[in-house]
Design a protein around this ligand. Structure first.
Ligand code: NAD
Length: 364
């Protein structure tokens, strides 16, 4: 399996294969870029069909984190880790701590966090072995659930897109179709309702739907019908790849702006098709950066209020991206990449970032 010439190796700085047979650990840590700061990204625990699939996933995810951190204006690079296995069967305290030892061995170049298949309790185990972990429990000094901050950023991203499309950022009287009312979607519906928007919602979890219907008077539709909703904004807050060949022609909205990761099934093709249809797309990794902003605050012991204020800046960032897209005649997804790369080029050269990357002292 090629590594240096791997199709998804976009000049990653370092890829670490971690193995501890005593505890059954097989993991890969990918550090994509540390020009802006230590590489931060979650640790995914997943039963990959093959080692090649795991490598592909970690390389792509690590690169995505570099772009997300850069656009969010954070002094963080991009990295990610994957643990190969079934979290329900293979996870143990010893395995998570063994993973923590590998994170520690990187001396702060990589900071880990929760992702699919890992939990706050796992981060607490990792924390025993290394300080280079965030998303630990509030009892262990963590910042708690990031979803309200993510949703707050998405809310301000929706406002930016409304302003760009209609000349006013006011959500009052607008209709937003929200796919998935879990952690992020629920808070988003709350913020929107508080400001006078109407919401059309869907989910596969009946209890979550009922909660939003009761609390916010949302209109409920079936999971498939959300793509046909008569609304101003479609806000994906559940799954990835939901903007695809099947769904894109059905959309009646003028804006796609939501919290899910990897919304475009094919970034180039579906980004271009949205542009052709004059549907404004708020690039996912820009609008959903509130969670990362929250984690950054945790790393620097900043209060949640600061994270919320920083998440509001997603409004300005999106406006810059929309302007770049118009100026260069490219899609907003492409423009987001350019904005991220420009910041890395400019800031990455500054001497202040040539300091050691350690952001915390050793474990007490
Ligand atoms: P969640 O699991 O709490 O919520 C997702 C919701 O989507 C659930 O209620 C689930 O029942 C629903 N769902 C699943 N399949 C569906 C379907 N086919 N149609 C409609 N609804 C469906 O997750 P979350 O934390 O709210 O995250 C939502 C998305 O946002 C994910 O893509 C996640 O990666 C991304 N994200 C989350 C955060 C965060 O802070 N939580 C940060 C950045 C990005």
């Amino acid at each position: 399996m090629p590594v240096f010439s791997h199709a998804d190796n976009f000049n990653h700085e370092q890829v670490v294969f971690c193995r501890n047979d005593d505890v059954g650990l097989k993991a890969i840590i990918a550090i994509h870029d540390t020009q802006l700061g230590p590489a931060l990204g979650g640790c995914r625990f997943y039963p990959y069909a093959s080692e090649a699939d795991a490598l592909r996933d970690v390389l792509r995810l690590a690169r995505g984190m570099t772009y997300k951190a850069s656009c969010a204006g954070l002094n963080l690079g991009g990295g990610k880790a994957v643990i190969l296995g079934d979290p329900r069967k293979d996870k143990s305290e010893a395995l998570m701590r063994a993973f923590g030892c590998f994170v520690e061995s990187l001396g702060g170049r990589y900071i880990t966090a929760e992702d699919s298949g890992t939990t706050v309790a796992d981060m607490d185990h990792i924390r025993v072995e290394t300080s280079h972990v965030c998303g630990v429990s509030a009892a262990a000094g963590g910042s708690g659930d990031p979803s309200p901050v993510t949703a707050w950023g998405v809310f301000h991203g929706v406002r930016a897109a409304l302003h760009q499309m209609f000349g006013s950022a006011d959500v009052g009287g607008r209709t937003v179709a929200v796919q998935g009312v879990g952690n992020v979607g629920y808070h988003l519906v709350k913020y929107l309702t508080d400001e006078g928007a109407k919401t059309i919602i869907t989910d596969v979890d009946e209890a979550r739907l009922e909660r939003c219907r009761d609390e916010f008077g949302s209109t409920v539709v079936s999971p498939d019908a959300i793509y046909d909703a008569e609304a101003d904004v479609f806000s994906p807050c559940a799954l990835g790849a939901i903007i695809n060949d099947d769904t894109i022609e059905r959309l009646k909205v003028k804006i796609v702006a939501g919290g899910s990761n990897n919304q475009l099934d094919n970034m180039a093709r579906h980004g271009a098709r949205l542009k052709e249809r004059k549907i404004l797309y708020a690039p996912d990794y820009v609008i959903n950066a509130g969670g990362l902003i929250n984690v950054y605050s945790e790393l620097h012991d900043l209060p949640r209020e600061k994270a919320l204020r920083d998440a509001e800046r997603i409004y300005e960032t999106l406006h810059r991206i929309f302007a770049t897209a118009i100026e260069l005649g490219i899609t907003t997804a492409e423009a987001a990449n350019l904005v991220a790369e420009k910041r890395i080029r400019e800031i990455g050269k500054l001497a202040s970032f040539q300091k050691p990357l350690m952001v915390r002292g050793p474990v007490a």
